[in-house]
Design a binder for this molecule. Structure first.
Ligand code: ADP
Ligand code: TYD
Length: 206
């Protein structure tokens, strides 16, 4: 597990944060040095960008500007936390990473996915060793996400249509990159999902 980078992806409310936390706790309890983090955010500067991008009016930023903001946040997170932690031999478990930009911004209009990919190639480059795609029916995920009360609502009201396309996008990504991505059925108890996640992580990375 040393120096391995694990990410969790999926639509809002699929249970990524819960699973990222559970995996980090389990690995930590087994004596593995783990850093648990999230995007957008994970470093002080990136957390400030998080507040800019997730709060306020839904039309506050264009999709293009969002691509720049999420990538800027990711670059800071990478420089200050992810890369140094991996270099120190720690395992890094991250709730969302570049696949979220590929889907959430990349699917919002023609040509946007290319911009996401080009900016990633220019500024980020790193890919996780293992990505869990927590799969979930969008209406169930939406109901779960709506149950939380936060100021971070800019993204909570994407139409059902876009949520369906993002779910399909995440599943297509997993098909394209089977060496990196594993799809996990998120519509079960947190403990059942977590035991699948742990088994795959140990199989693939230990
Ligand atoms: P995400 O990070 O994907 O948005 P969270 O882990 O924050 O999802 O979970 C969203 C909500 O659903 C939270 O209130 C959480 O407690 C709940 N939840 C998470 N996993 C499950 C599960 N397997 N079954 C039922 N509820 C869950
Ligand atoms: P997150 O806090 O993980 O929300 P949730 O727990 O509801 O899944 O992420 C906040 C929102 O930011 C989420 O709606 C997805 C969005 N997002 C992007 O649009 N692009 C990105 O690159 C990232 C990392 C997140």
């Amino acid at each position: 597990m040393a120096g391995r980078f694990i990410t969790f992806e999926g639509i809002d409310g699929s249970g990524k944060s819960t699973q990222a936390r559970m995996l980090a706790e389990t690995l930590g309890a087994r004596g593995i040095d783990v850093v648990a983090t999230r995007e957008p955010g994970g470093s002080p500067g990136a957390e400030q960008i998080r507040a800019l991008v997730l709060e306020g009016d839904p039309d506050r930023w264009s999709a293009e500007t969002e691509i720049l903001l999420f990538t800027a946040a990711r670059r800071d997170h990478l420089e200050r936390l992810i890369d140094p932690s991996l270099a120190a031999g720690k395992a890094v478990v991250c709730d969302r990473f570049a696949d979220s930009t590929r889907m959430y911004q990349g699917l919002r209009g023609p040509g946007l996915r290319e911009i996401v990919d080009q900016l990633h190639a220019l500024m980020i480059r790193r890919e996780p060793d293992l990505t869990f795609i927590i799969d979930m029916d969008p209406s169930k995920g939406h109901a779960r996400a709506k149950g939380r009360q936060t100021a971070e609502e800019r993204f909570e009201d994407f139409g059902a249509d876009l949520q369906v396309r993002m779910r399909e996008g995440f599943l297509a990504l997993a098909e394209d990159e089977p060496g990196r991505c594993v799809v996990i059925d998120g519509d079960r108890t947190p403990e059942d999902v977590a035991s699948d996640v742990l088994r795959v992580a140990l199989d693939r990375l230990a």
